[in-house]
Design a protein around this ligand. Sequence first.
Ligand SMILES: [Zn+2]
Length: 322
Amino acid sequence: MVVDELPLSRAAVDRAAELRGRADLVAGALADERTRVLLLRDGLTAVDDEGVALLLLSPAQLRDVRAIDPAVAATGDDDGWVFLGRDDEGTHYLALHGPAPAEGQTPPTGQDGGVRFASLRVLGALLSARDAGLATTAVALAAWHANHRHCPRCGSPTRVTQAGWSRTCVQDGSEHYPRTDPAVIMAVVDDDDRLLLGHAVAWPAGRYSTLAGFVESGESLEHAVRREVLEETRVAVGEVEYRGSQPWPFPASLMLGFRARALSVEVTADGEEMGDARWFTRAELAEAVRDGSVVPPGRSSIARALIEEWFGGALPTDDWTA
Ligand SMILES: [Zn+2]
């Protein structure tokens, strides 16, 4: 199974959900120097100087950073805390998130004041299991908080409750919980064991990946797999086999991975979403990756895992982050 190795599906810290209702949870954790705090800004996570591990601050280090970094000092104190969990040694983990980037805006990268921030999309495959789990949860919740500041029932402001795991309407008291949107992603294989990969119109030149799409309301996962493949390529799909899942919090997807068996081989890319789609043998894909005409999806993605599961090993790339 691919699922155990998926970078963002890993976790090592107990979420300790039973503690979230305690009103003094965040303040109590901050009074304990064993506690570690992950800073987030614009959807990015704080990283160490090498940029390959999370920067997890003790309460004292957090005070120091806030003293010298005006941007971190301005990070929303009342609104921005999330309790991520507690490990076997009794260390509590908190996230402190600032604003997420506006729709369509590319977040800044690199050094910012005293702290360096980076994207989990790139970091995911480099992090330890503990750090990957902490960062994935923190990034997902930061995005949810940024986009759910008002009550969907009455439009009044909501306030953070349950240590960052819910928001409550100040007007009608209704409670609202973090959302996750299911999306299917599939390695479609034909009777000759070739793999179907597509190039979306919106992607950089050469990028080819597995087909994917959101599950629609009232639809099963299996139906979504068959519908998406048919819509994007006109290829009919029969047997569908679940392979594993990975959260993809950009901003709120849960990717559900499948192997799917094609019933037809003629490919017609829809031209709107999918600019091109074609079948690859293993030798053809290896050659295309080597000569650079195909750029596979990044190492943190479930798409890469599904492709490499079919391929039978690592693709011949020399990239270490992408
Ligand atoms: Zn309301």
